[in-house]
Design a protein around this ligand. Structure first.
Ligand code: G3P
Ligand code: CA
Length: 273
């Protein structure tokens, strides 16, 4: 991909599964990603963090308390310690702060694909083995503690797997994206935004970044942002788009990708529009 070109997408509006199909299965588990592929997602989103012994694992929070039966920060634990924990059963209990479990979903918590911590490497293998092309959007989670090691490991793995499908790196940290761009200038990057800062209101992004990642709240408040970003030559990938009214707004505004916990429902709604 050349600088200035808009990266290709599988469809006019890509449906990207947020942490996998995380309304149906425990987030960031192999089961959540397999389900997303089965549900027709165009792509998969994941957050990555570095363990104390240098492995990238797919975990959203700094600490593992919410999504496992263990405690502590990912960065202070080794992969073997994480591998001994249960990252899935919380989804079936009262501790679910995120989504109520889908009653149709497989609730077999003995299934290791539903309960094991997921390494980025295993997720890359899943995408490589998928029966159809699947995009991958990998978010570096505020990688301040590791000052460059997260990006280094990530790019090393991407180099090893060389997926044939679109891969992009996302972050709220412009510094993290800058590191990625410096080492891999052709890898598309996504600048995630919680708030629309004045310097980005005209659709421009940090240097070299060609995809804006605004939260849905930004789009509701400033729907004209999409047109501005497109005029500046950038794509718009919006998160987290679960509500049918938000899906419709995104489609109407012509966003390029929606990141959702409910890929099946969103795909079905878009197919009806
Ligand atoms: O896809 C971007 C979105 O995932 C950012 O928010 O907190 O869910 O990682 P968060
Ligand atoms: Ca994320």
């Amino acid at each position: 991909i050349h600088e200035g070109a808009r990266p290709p997408l599988a469809r006019p509006l890509s449906v990207i599964a947020h942490r996998g199909a995380s309304a149906a299965a425990p987030e960031h588990t192999l089961a959540a990603y397999r389900t997303a592929i089965e549900e027709g997602a165009d792509g998969l989103e994941c957050d990555v963090r570095l363990t104390a012994d240098g492995h990238l694992v797919c975990v959203h929070d700094r600490r593992i308390n919410r999504t496992s039966n263990g405690r502590g920060a990912v960065s202070t634990l080794e992969l073997a310690e994480l591998a001994a924990l249960d990252f899935g059963s919380w989804k079936n209990g009262d501790a679910d702060p995120y989504e109520s479990p889908d009653t149709d979903a497989d609730t077999d918590t003995a299934d290791p694909e539903r309960t094991s911590v997921l390494t980025l490497e295993r997720l890359l293998q899943l995408v490589a083995d998928a029966p159809r092309p699947v995009e991958l959007a990998i978010e570096t989670k505020h990688p301040t503690r590791w000052a460059g090691q997260v990006e280094e490991r990530l790019l090393g793995l991407l180099d090893r797997y060389r997926l044939r499908t679109p891969v992009r790196v996302m972050s709220f940290s412009a510094r993290s994206l800058h590191r990625v761009r410096a080492a891999a200038p052709h890898l598309p990057t996504v600048y995630l935004m919680q708030l629309l800062l004045p310097r980005h209101r005209d659709g421009r992004l940090p240097e070299g970044v060609r995809i804006a990642g605004p939260g849905m709240r930004i789009l509701r408040a400033r729907p004209d942002y999409v047109e501005r970003a497109h005029r500046a030559g950038n794509q718009v990938h919006v998160w987290t788009v679960d509500d049918p009214a938000d899906v419709e707004l995104c489609a109407r505004l012509g966003v390029d990708a929606v990141i959702t916990n409910r890929p099946r429902e969103v795909r079905a709604q878009l197919d009806e529009l």
